[in-house]
Design a protein around this ligand. Structure first.
Ligand SMILES: Nc1ncnc2c1ncn2[C@@H]1O[C@H](COP(=O)(O)OP(=O)(O)OP(=O)(O)O)[C@@H](O)[C@H]1O
Ligand SMILES: [Mg+2]
Length: 346
């Protein structure tokens, strides 16, 4: 089985990533699939399907099979894994139909039913064996933390659908919490704010663009304040209207979800054994996931916890890289992994 290239997958709400040992990150596309409404025939996946979101004629639907960090549709998730895998598998692997091992990152706190659904999807999409690894553990490995040692590390992974907060030591998760508040919720908060304050209706993608362009978790100096023109529909007369928003608006719009994440981090710290807290104070908290790129989020977390905070250099890819690296660390991680071999029999 020398030719078989094992594969690491980050099955994200927003983004699907595939990491292969010898080739690095080989795929990074939106977790979206488009199909015919009546026949359920798949029309497109990834980038191509993403462009169809919200713009499909009646007979085509573009959907995200993973919502809020959980599997919303088994069959479509399976199809998506299968299609993305066949995109990246080439040469003898594809030709001879070698079956790889998969390491798949799942949010901490997924249910047994969901775990089985993902494992089954992996096996059905031609894996020889599949392992599940909790996303924060994969994120910690991918961010380069020394997770195998008897020292505490804290990871805060803010994705699209969920925020995973975890303290890791000796190759396993000691304390963790998973919140269904992350990037998508930020977008929705912006939509609600703009509707309330300006009577303006804006779409998901516009909200996300504003967040990335001018958003922040707090303002530390005048230079942080940016502005953006935003187009939407006036709720009073139904006509298109353009307004200007500032970073201050977005800080206000995001204050609730951001605060809930900060509170989650504090709760996890409160239930962490004292020796590990002391390690975390020395080594700092590491943030990963696209949501951690919101400006000044690290600064806010630093001020609120009194602990140093760093955003991982590879924040968006950390989970995917970690799943790939985990394939080489199976003996160390054995207690933390779930394998299709023992989980699917029965
Ligand atoms: N520069 C940025 N500033 C703020 N938010 C950002 C930035 N870049 C990406 N994001 C947000 O990050 C989120 C996606 O992050 P990520 O790719 O880590 O999610 P995911 O792994 O697919 O989701 P999950 O882990 O919840 O399943 C989106 O909500 C996106 O808007
Ligand atoms: Mg993620």
């Amino acid at each position: 089985m020398k030719f078989v290239e094992d594969i690491g997958i980050d099955l994200g709400t927003a983004t699907f990533l595939i990491y292969m040992k010898n080739r690095g990150l080989v795929l990074q596309e939106p977790s979206v699939i488009a199909m015919a409404r009546d026949t359920k025939e798949v029309m497109a996946v990834g980038e191509e399907a993403y462009r169809m979101l919200g713009r499909t004629p009646g007979n085509i639907v573009a959907v995200r099979p993973i919502k809020d960090g959980v599997i919303a549709d088994d069959a479509l998730t399976e199809k998506m894994i299968e299609m993305f895998m066949s995109k990246v598998r080439t040469g003898p692997n594809k030709l001879f139909g070698f079956k790889p091992q998969l390491m798949i990152g799942v949010p901490s706190g997924v249910t047994d039913v969901e775990k089985r659904a993902v494992l089954r999807a992996a096996i059905n999409s031609s894996a020889r064996r599949a392992y599940l690894i909790e996303e924060p553990l994969a994120a910690a490995i991918g961010a380069g933390l020394a997770i195998a040692e008897p020292v505490g590390s804290m990871i805060v992974d803010i994705g699209g659908g969920s925020t995973d907060i975890a303290v890791i030591s000796l190759g396993g998760i000691v304390v963790s919490e998973s919140l269904r508040i992350a990037g998508n919720e930020f977008d929705e908060s912006i939509i609600r704010y703009v509707r309330r304050k300006e009577n303006l209706m804006i779409g998901d993608r516009t909200a996300e663009e504003i967040k990335v362009k001018i958003g922040a978790a707090m303002i530390t100096s005048e230079e942080d304040i940016l502005t953006a023109e935003v187009r939407g529909r006036d709720l009073v007369n139904g006509l298109p209207k353009t307004i200007t928003l500032t970073t201050e608006d977005i800080v206000e719009a995001l204050s609730e979800p951001v605060t809930r994440i900060v509170e989650g981090v504090k709760r996890v710290l409160e239930t962490t054994p004292p020796e590990l807290v002391s390690d975390i104070i020395d080594r700092g908290i590491v943030m990963t996931g696209g949501g951690s790129l919101l400006r000044q989020f690290d600064e806010l977390l630093r001020q609120q916890t009194g602990i140093p905070v760093a955003v991982a250099e590879n924040a968006i890819e950390a989970v995917a890289i970690g799943t790939g690296m985990a394939l080489e660390m199976i003996p160390i991680l054995r207690h933390a992994l779930i394998s299709s071999d023992n989980y699917l029999r029965r």
